[in-house]
Write a protein that binds this ligand. Structure first.
Ligand SMILES: [Fe+2]
Ligand SMILES: [Fe+2]
Length: 480
């Protein structure tokens, strides 16, 4: 008689905290039941790192069970998942307001409290799978990798980076109808990560993993300015923000982070929070350090062109300079010794992290370009609205419509729609917002086309405003 040996993991019973989607959904809803995450009446959040509008009222309508597909990464559910996941990740970091802690003490206690910790711990892995599950299919690292094939692969990437002249972000800023707005939008996107720079990386300095650990620590102390506060990288970035009239406290512009900017920021936490992904992280780190060199050089030039000599570009100059060295250092002192020490079996992880970082950075860039282009064309989208509205009125098969009647001062926290929508004003005045200090005023009989996946919010500027949101799918089919 044959006895089949069963492993302990086969016999473990399913546990709701691990496997039960409904249990997760209940925990997510409970997580959202906090004033910290509720809608607010202002666009900016002044010096309070604990308050982050998540639009938790939509949690119950969303399903996070099946991982997003590559083409769904910028949907409404993705934005919600990204905002929530970053909030959970950052509850591991020390975040303190600059002023008046006493009035924010209750917020602090709640942000770091037992309830948020327990619920966050259950919610986090589900949101991670939901957001990053697509990477398994999007990136293949199959085939036999050796130290020399990996080195060749990376060397050719570095050579290509040096030759590359893809300045699409710089070009978008300089050719924008409003270059200063486009530049500030870019700085706001980067701020989600840069004002807390090296926090995700810092998760990797604990533990015990040999000489690599000391190399990791060298990179970290470099990020932290070797203990000199004014030279730490996040301090340099604060200087950049302030020099162009932006607030430098973390997450002041929470509502204006694009889905993809949050996704990229979450990704670095995703690979640093769980140390089973450590080798992926060093691949992603190498990718980021290498591409950052050109990006920073270009950014410094672009900001000077847009804002003049008064703009503080030390952050970008510093990185253009040190990253030459950093990229080499990660390769020679971390990647190569890691493969020597732990074997070629870790190469697919390193390559995977490298490719994942590259893919997500590319998605973030395109999302930014699309948002700037859409925001720049506000006048065009406003012009199209009456004709589209007329066509809807005359059509037999009308799209789904939702009517809103809101009082003065009511603010719709920024969000995205999964298809094109027509916003049309029946009475009153609505300020339609497409970015930080970027908006268009809409009166009765006017409206605008909200393109799919584009971030927007609204503020009522009359005693009352009645407006409709028509889910038109693809706006072009309503033009004739
Ligand atoms: Fe840095
Ligand atoms: Fe909307």
């Amino acid at each position: 008689m044959q006895h089949k040996k069963r492993s302990l993991s086969d016999e473990r019973s399913r546990n709701p905290a691990v496997d039960d989607y409904d249990f997760f959904a209940r925990c997510l809803q409970a997580y959202g039941e906090s004033d910290l995450y509720a809608d607010i009446e202002t666009w900016r959040i002044e010096d309070n790192p604990y308050r982050r509008p998540l639009r938790p009222h939509v949690f119950k309508d969303l399903n996070f069970q099946k991982p997003l597909a590559r083409e769904e990464l910028l949907t409404s559910a993705s934005l919600t998942a990204c905002r929530t996941l970053l909030t959970i990740y950052e509850s591991d970091f020390v975040l303190l307001p600059r002023r008046d802690l006493a009035s924010k003490r209750a917020d602090m206690d709640e942000f770091y409290g037992r309830r948020a910790q327990v619920l966050g711990a259950i919610v986090r892995p589900w949101l991670e799978s939901y957001l990053f599950g697509f990477l398994d299919d999007a990136i293949s690292t199959s085939g036999r990798w050796t130290l020399s094939s990996m080195s060749e692969y990376f060397e050719s990437f570095i050579a290509e980076e040096r030759r590359r002249s893809d300045g699409s972000m710089a070009t978008a800023i300089l050719t924008s109808e409003y270059p200063q707005h486009a530049a500030r939008t870019c700085l706001v996107q980067l701020a989600s990560d840069f004002l807390l720079e090296s926090s995700a990386m810092g998760r990797n300095v604990g533990g015990s993993y040999g000489p690599l650990q000391s190399e990791m620590f060298k990179i970290l102390i470099d990020e932290l300015g070797y203990g000199v506060h004014r030279t730490r990288h996040s301090s340099l970035y604060e200087g950049t923000m302030e020099s162009v009239g932006l607030a430098s406290t973390p997450h002041t512009y929470w509502q204006f982070y694009l889905t993809s900017s949050l996704l990229l920021n979450n990704y670095y936490n995703y690979v640093c929070r769980n140390h089973g992904r450590f080798f992926r992280y060093i691949g992603a780190l190498f990718q980021a350090e290498t591409t950052f060199i050109e990006m920073c050089r270009r950014m410094a030039d672009t900001l000077r062109k847009v804002f003049g000599p008064g703009v503080d570009v030390r952050y970008f100059q510093e990185h253009a300079h040190i990253n030459q060295h950093r990229s080499r250092m990660v390769f020679d002192r971390m990647i190569l010794p890691a493969v020597e020490m732990f074997g070629e079996g870790i190469i697919p992880d390193i390559v995977r992290g490298f490719e994942e970082g590259k893919l997500l950075a590319g998605i973030a860039k395109q999302d930014y370009l699309d948002q700037v282009a859409w925001s720049d064309s506000s006048a065009h989208w406003k012009l199209l609205a009456p004709a589209i509205h007329r066509n809807i009125e005359h059509s037999r098969e009308k799209p789904k419509v939702q009517r809103f009647i809101e009082p003065r001062g009511e603010l719709s926290v920024t969000h995205v729609h999964d298809g094109d929508a027509l916003c049309f004003i029946q009475s009153g005045i609505l300020r339609f917002v497409t970015g930080h200090e970027r908006s268009v005023l809409l009166h009765a009989g006017e409206g605008t086309v909200i393109r799919r996946n584009r971030l927007h919010g609204a503020l009522i500027e009359s005693e009352e405003c009645t407006y409709d949101i028509h889910s038109i799918g693809d706006y072009e089919q309503w033009l004739s």
